[in-house]
Write a protein that binds this ligand. Sequence first.
Ligand SMILES: NC(=O)c1ccc[n+]([C@@H]2O[C@H](COP(=O)([O-])OP(=O)(O)OC[C@H]3O[C@@H](n4cnc5c(N)ncnc54)[C@H](OP(=O)(O)O)[C@@H]3O)[C@@H](O)[C@H]2O)c1
Length: 290
Amino acid sequence: MANLIDGKKIAMDIQAELKIIVKDLKVVPCLAVVLVGENPASQVYVRSKARTANDLGVKSETIYLPKETTELELLEQISKLNNDDSVHAILIQLPLPAQIKEGTILNAVSPKKDVDGFHAVNRGKLLIGEDTFIPCTPAGVQEMLVRSHVEIPGKHVVIVGRSKIVGLPLATMFAQKHKHANATVTVCHTGTADLTAITLQADILIAAIGKPEAIKGSMVKEGAVVIDVGINRVEEPSSEKGYKLVGDVEFDETAKHASAISPVPGGVGPMTIAMLMKNTVKAAQNSMRQ
Ligand SMILES: NC(=O)c1ccc[n+]([C@@H]2O[C@H](COP(=O)([O-])OP(=O)(O)OC[C@H]3O[C@@H](n4cnc5c(N)ncnc54)[C@H](OP(=O)(O)O)[C@@H]3O)[C@@H](O)[C@H]2O)c1
């Protein structure tokens, strides 16, 4: 059976390290989160981010805007936060309602406060290997591999999914000439002709698909390391909430072949929040150098 890559435990270790750094900082890092509308999953994420921030001594401010908010109103809110020196970090919770263009909004956040790493300037810096805010979920994936002592250089990393927030930044990161990367990277998507033929070649397989249990045990090479980024709600009438969370990987069957695997929940999810806190602390530290 595969070893469990316990994202929750690794995230707690990172948070304990950050708590010490925050205590010694001359400013209290401040993260502003903007949530437009009432998406239930987004509300859960936002509450969880605020709770973690408070645990670390990071100030967090959540701005709730109604679902009818216009693009202009949201731009005005972002401009206020950009110009507020007491706010070091800004996160716009996605998805946004249909009337608002995501790209316009993400590029309106000051790159210096863009702790999600979604501004075009920060995406470009990541591409050319300059210091920047690395998007939190991809950063969490890399960090959990490193802290689990998974050797990455020279390995074949297969990423299923090419979204701008997960798959593409991951591909960029693992292809870089860096001690925690330097891998051979393959990116798969709906245009991939024979997905199983590719996933079976992966030393490290990362699923960021958004389809419950799309990666079956039979698609995974013996001894591979599997990271499941997916978070999917599937109906579970017997549970109190009426649903349960599952990943993009069929866990039980895959665990029989893999050497290590991250679970859902308790894998990449907590790592994402830990990396958001890390980026927030970095933004506060950067602000003192300006
Ligand atoms: N743990 C966390 O903190 C965290 C953070 C972000 C996202 N997530 C989860 O991660 C998952 C992916 O999120 P996302 O935002 O990257 O999703 P997304 O924007 O919907 O992208 C999904 C990607 O998967 C590809 N894909 C879909 N079906 C496929 C198939 N049958 N075979 C091969 N490729 C397929 C798509 O290909 P095309 O490009 O060809 O359409 C696309 O590139 C979701 O479950 C999301 O909830 C978790």
